[in-house]
Design a protein around this ligand. Structure first.
Ligand code: FAD
Length: 585
């Protein structure tokens, strides 16, 4: 079946829906999602969305921009960061007007809380005074993403956006540098649908499922990024993958930073508040890369707590917060501790370990979400990307908490506006060949494989090796070993068999496609990490422990060369007003 829309957005998370809301009603707009829209990952975001509103204490967008640049370990593009932080208060008020139910202060203003790496100068008259944590993150208890997603979905319905739920993106059609459309499978029937559009946006989210312990749901397989990579376009800064310090031990389910924002304390096996040593000023509210490294360092130094299965964890102590704060401010995450670990957070500490959480890297775009074909700024006509699958880059080497929900609403909106502008003169472009044929070939190729290799086994091994050899701490030896392993997994992938041959909700086939995508993503992350010989933000090389601005203040671009092997090149970082300095907290 062929569909024609002015614009097709793939992804019904915050980024995709915020863009869709912006498309004027005179244009036809479709949103495709492999899960029902309000089940997109944005719905799991707990802690907040940040903006320097100054509702609880004096703050400014410049404070926010400085923190974001510093948090990014100076790899974030400062022009894009300035746009995001300046636009943040407007974006929040707009969400409020769309109907998003924020938590409130006593005076009825939008309430704000502390999050890691968000600070202000202690003396407002002296920008160089010691920086102290600031209340900058707006929230709806610990269900911020959930209410944001519902609000945006309702606004899309009001705007006549057409939804294709449980449709799985399979191919991106770019011919002669022009993005012309895509193919997707209707998961209920396995029928292939071709979508022809004047503009396509990818808002397909992250790829935490490349790692074994992750906060991401099963859908986080990086399909959009993988298709871009397969299409011979570059991905940017893939080595910068964020581990969140507090995942529930062994499960990875997120315990939001809001828990520490409300006063939660990390403690080792001696009950010590160890973050005092690693980040004396902001302590438990240091940025995520630092807290994650501190936790692993404590465990490596024998100060972790031994779990029943022989692995170690760290305690998150919330007991002193009291029942009222726990019930009112962080009900969902403390509920998770009760449900999944049988721990009562009002009386007992919560066992945690770092969990793979957020992709700083992705599809390179300018700050209007237009996709770059190379490091020279060549634009792929008609192709846009926003949200976690994209790299603007506002998070650089390390994202600050609550800056992602902000990223998706600020750049989702900018993307929607840019597309609307483009549609004023844009045309449909004819396909040179029937795109359905390629997808048909891919599907029948997978279905006809009869090897002995099992999809879950390859996926499990890949996730484990990414965790062990390309995780929080990295070194050349292990990255080389992982490179070899990924090559072997790719070979074994040729030898899988898809057991289910039926057409109705063939999740076996979908998982086969997703595994193929994860293998490409893992290759791009590992290769980018192998080549960057320095430590910056979330990328920690034990064999190159220092940040090296002289050689590495640049964005990594990775693409496939003609023989299909990864090829790396670079792009400069945009600097405006913030001079790089050592990152101390
Ligand atoms: C547990 C958790 C808590 C978080 N808490 C916070 C927080 O408090 N504050 C904050 O700022 N950030 C938070 N984050 C990060 C933030 O939620 C995400 O980065 C953000 O929501 C991503 O939004 P998105 O629109 O880019 O993608 P998503 O919301 O992930 O949506 C991706 C969409 O793409 C679709 N899709 C993907 N592949 C395909 C395909 N092949 N075919 C069709 N559709 C496809 C999916 O169906 C989905 O609709 C959290 C993340 C997690 C995991």
């Amino acid at each position: 079946m062929i569909h024609k829309f002015d614009v097709v957005i793939v992804g019904a998370g915050g980024a995709g829906l915020r863009a869709a809301v912006e498309i004027p009603k005179e244009y036809s707009c479709a949103v495709i999602s492999k899960v029902f829209p309000t089940r997109s990952h944005t719905g799991t975001a707990q802690g907040g969305v940040c903006a320097a509103l100054s509702n609880e204490e004096q703050d400014s967008w410049l404070n926010h921009a400085f923190d974001t640049v510093k948090g990014s370990d100076y790899l974030g593009d400062q022009d894009a960061i300035e746009i995001m932080c300046q636009d943040a208060p407007r974006a929040i008020i707009e969400l409020e007007h769309m109907g998003m139910p924020f938590s409130r202060t006593k005076e009825g203003k939008i309430a704000q809380r502390r999050f890691g790496g968000h600070t202000k100068p202690e003396d407002p008259n002296d920008p160089n005074s010691k920086r102290v944590p600031v209340m900058r993150s707006c929230y709806s208890a610990d269900r911020t993403g959930h209410v944001m997603l519902q609000t945006l979905y309702e606004n899309c319905i009001k705007n006549n956006v057409k939804f294709y739920s449980e449709y799985f993106l399979t191919d991106l059609i770019i011919e002669d540098g022009i993005c012309k459309g895509l193919t997707a499978i209707d998961m209920a029937t396995s029928e292939i649908h071709t979508f022809q559009a004047k503009a396509i946006m990818f808002a397909t989210g992250g790829y935490g499922r490349a790692f074994r312990i992750t906060s991401n749901a099963h859908v986080g397989t990086g399909d959009g990024c993988a298709l871009v990579y397969k299409a011979g376009l570059p991905l940017e800064d893939m080595e910068f993958y964020q581990f969140h310090p507090t995942g529930l031990w062994r499960l990875g389910i997120l315990v939001s930073e809001a828990a520490r924002g409300e006063g939660g304390i990390l403690r080792n096996n001696a009950g010590e508040r160890f973050m005092e040593v690693y980040a004396p000023t902001v302590k438990d509210l240091a940025p995520r890369d630092m807290v994650s490294r501190a936790i692993i360092s404590e465990i490596r130094a024998g100060r972790g707590i031994l779990g029943s299965d022989g692995t170690h964890y760290i305690n998150l102590d919330l007991t002193h917060l009291g029942k009222k704060v726990i019930d009112e401010k962080i009900p969902e995450i403390t509920g998770f501790a009760r449900t999944y670990l049988g721990v009562e957070p009002t009386r007992e500490s919560v066992p945690i370990q770092p969990t793979a959480h957020y992709a700083m890297g992705g599809i390179p775009t300018n700050y209007d979400t237009e996709v770059f074909a190379d490091n020279k700024g060549t634009i792929v006509k008609g192709f846009y990307a926003a949200g976690e699958c994209a790299c603007v880059s506002v998070h650089g080497a390390n994202r600050l908490g609550t800056n992602s929900l902000l990223d998706i609403v600020v750049f989702g909106r900018r993307g929607g506006k840019k597309i609307a502008e483009y549609l004023e003169t844009a045309e449909y472009h004819a396909f040179k060949t029937d795109p359905k044929e390629k997808t048909k070939e891919m599907m029948s190729g997978l279905l006809s494989r009869t090897g002995n290799e099992k999809i879950p086994e390859i996926r499990r091994e890949l996730q484990q090796s990414m965790m062990d050899k390309c995780g929080i701490f990295r070194n050349e030896k292990e990255l080389l070993e992982n490179k070899e392993l990924i090559k072997q997994y790719k070979q074994r992938y040729q030898n899988i068999s898809v057991q289910d041959k039926s057409k109705v909700f063939n999740t076996d086939l979908i998982e086969a496609i997703e595994l193929g995508n994860l293998l490409d993503i893992a290759e791009s992350v590992n290769e980018s990490a192998l080549i960057r010989q320095e430590s910056r933000g979330a990328h920690t090389r034990e064999d190159f422990p220092k940040r090296d601005d002289a050689n590495w203040m640049k964005h990594t671009f990775i693409t496939k060369n003609d023989s299909g092997d990864p090829k790396i090149y670079y792009k400069g970082v945009v600097k405006t007003q913030f001079e790089p300095m050592e990152r101390k907290y």
